[in-house]
Design a protein around this ligand. Structure first.
Ligand code: IPE
Ligand code: IPE
Ligand code: MG
Length: 247
């Protein structure tokens, strides 16, 4: 089925977050080293980024490397960091051509110098693009981010810049790394796993979740459109009853 034609163009999610999972298993199935799975995964990133921009998604946030991923074998971590630098250097031109801005969330200070520098350079080079924002979550952990926000607010309270009463959900959201983005409407996770793995814990409070058994390198444009089509046919009730939404 071609899902693109079925999409309601008036109801395209503004923000899609994706947990790109299954690169390793994809490679294993083919009898290849895991790193080749990550290389194939980069191609999917390119495809899905362009498809999102094409249909009018405004924010695409991809989980590229979790804080927990440092626990993988050094060989794989190094390969991932090298792949990041290589990809960023190559992709900037295409991002500019497509008017896509690059951003990052996560603790960049924990990245190898070269990865951090490549990231900063790519962000700088795409800063004035405004068709869509592509955010890479790198060395990211939802709990880390929440703790950091709590520290920021505590610091301000100690300095007398804010009162206790000023600490509300809005102020908390504004202290997160995603302060200038709307919350994701849709979360997609590939590879059949049905967990959050420490991703955007605060921001996903009312997002619709979509899980697919497809491995990330096999995830195609039409699979993205199917996810969005499914999203469009769900009812987001935000605690209300179905009847109330019709009023
Ligand atoms: C996701 O694929 C990519 C990263 C975590 C960097 P995995 O590498 O987790 O693939 P599986 O889950 O082992 O198949
Ligand atoms: C989550 O995938 C992190 C990224 C996609 C970057 P993992 O494959 O690391 O997640 P777990 O450890 O299986 O939950
Ligand atoms: Mg995985």
């Amino acid at each position: 089925m071609n899902y693109e034609d079925l999409l309601n163009k008036e109801k395209i999610p503004q923000h899609i977050a994706i947990i790109m999972d299954g690169n390793g298993r994809w490679a294993k199935k083919k009898g290849q080293p895991r790193v080749l799975g990550h290389r194939a995964g980069v191609k999917t990133v390119r495809r899905i980024t362009e498809a999102c921009a094409k249909i009018g998604v405004k924010y695409l946030t991809l989980y590229a490397f979790s804080t927990e991923n440092w626990n993988r074998p050094a060989f794989e971590v190094n390969a991932l960091m090298r792949l990041l630098v290589e990809t960023l250097n190559k992709e900037v031109k295409i991002l500019n051509k497509n008017n896509i801005q690059l951003q990052t969330i996560g603790d960049l200070t924990g990245l190898p110098k070269r990865s951090k520098a490549a990231m900063e350079k790519a962000i700088e080079a795409t800063t004035s693009n405004n068709r869509m924002r592509l955010t890479l979550a790198l060395n990211y952990s939802g709990r880390w981010e929440i703790v950091e926000a709590a520290k920021t607010l505590a610091q301000k309270a100690i300095a007398g810049e804010i009162n206790m009463a000023d600490i509300n959900e809005e102020a908390f959201s504004a202290a997160l790394t995603t302060y200038d983005m709307p919350d994701p409407d849709l979360l997609i996770r590939t590879s059949g796993e049905t967990r959050l793995s420490n991703y955007l814990l605060w921001q996903l409070a009312y997002s619709e979740f979509y899980f697919t058994p497809l491995l990330w390198p096999d995830f195609m444009e039409n699979d993205l459109y199917e996810a969005i089509y499914t999203f469009q046919n769900r009812e987001r009730r935000y605690g209300k009853t179905s009847e109330q939404l019709d009023e």
